[in-house]
Design a protein around this ligand. Sequence first.
Ligand SMILES: [Zn+2]
Length: 426
Amino acid sequence: MDWRWLGWQLYDGEIWRPTAAAYDALLQSQWASPAELAALRAERLELILRYALETVPYYRGSGLPARLESFPVITRQTLRDQAAALQPEHAPPGRISRWQTGGSTGEPVTVSVDIEAQATRRAALLRGDLWGSRLRPTDPQAGLWASSRDSGKLRSLRARLYDRFFNRFVFNCFEMTPARAREVNQDFADCGARLLYGPSSAVLAFMHFAREAGIEPWQFEKVIPCGEHCSAEDALEMSAFFGGFAVDRYASNEFGPIASRCEYRNWHLNSELLAAEVLLDDGSISTAGRGRLLLTSLCNRAMPLIRYELGDFADLSPLACPCGRGLQTFSSLEGRITDHIRCPDQRWVNLCTFNSYFQHLPLRKYRFVIEAQHRISFLLQADQDLPTGDLDSLRAHFETLLGEPFRFTVRQVAEIPSLPAARTPM
Ligand SMILES: [Zn+2]
């Protein structure tokens, strides 16, 4: 008996119980035939489109037929400007969580997610994360994340117990040095983690400093570089370094997990949760070919996103995959890239670190510009005038964070034009 799995099924304080049920269902459905999954998708799609037309102000009264082909494309801008109109007047039952997204693009938006969608997303993430391994959902997982929650330094007993019971640990990768890499390597060993996930740049930074420090790296069965682009070469290097199977995954805060790579390293979409299309160069929309990815969420009633343009390019042409899963395959993905700043004192600081400083400001967008070596400008676009004192204090914080000889300029601008590929690079 796996008592942790039993705990997942019984614990109702959060969303572990619905996650366990959704996970069991997804384990079955991945082996359904492509035709069966297409039928399931069509059925769920019709339900969500009807729901949107009946209850969501943005669509209600539009007179659109309940067919995806008739719906307009929406973007991050729509989500920012029409956030209230994209949510039903009466929220679905259960706790609604709000996920802020835009960390890697500097254009924050908030997405509401209902409890069922949260559970399904967690379950789908878990399913993909365990592909190509013999791991069970309850095996210890370590995250190397730019997070304020660090399992190695947690003070609260409740948080420590929670991490220990559910075998989920997070370690801070704000800054990497040889000494920090040694500490994190020991944390991995202490929690007995079998799976490691984290931004590719953070995993690579850890590897770099672990080598520099001459550490024997803790071995993982699976390594998942995520949140930004990871090259095939980097994934293979991670496999060799950690002794396990390393493959990236594709997820966003708007949709949760979108696709994972199977044991053959082929991408499979979470076909039960999403309908995928691409906006081609000629302006037409297709379910195959290369273009700007449009996704429709099939399970989130707190904010049904329909034909949402995520800002990534993908080639949806299907591949034949020998793994036997019926989930849709696709050829390629051009995702997000973030990076680190290397400080003269040998620390590597993840760019996501800066996001935490902006959370209390009413920002629409920010852009980070490297003007010259050690000279960095932050351009901020906000809905209202930002006090000069705030900008000065941000500048002082950044200069303290990175240390000499870095110099920052922080200034408010009226408009930050979008880059051709919004997510690459930051
Ligand atoms: Zn496969």
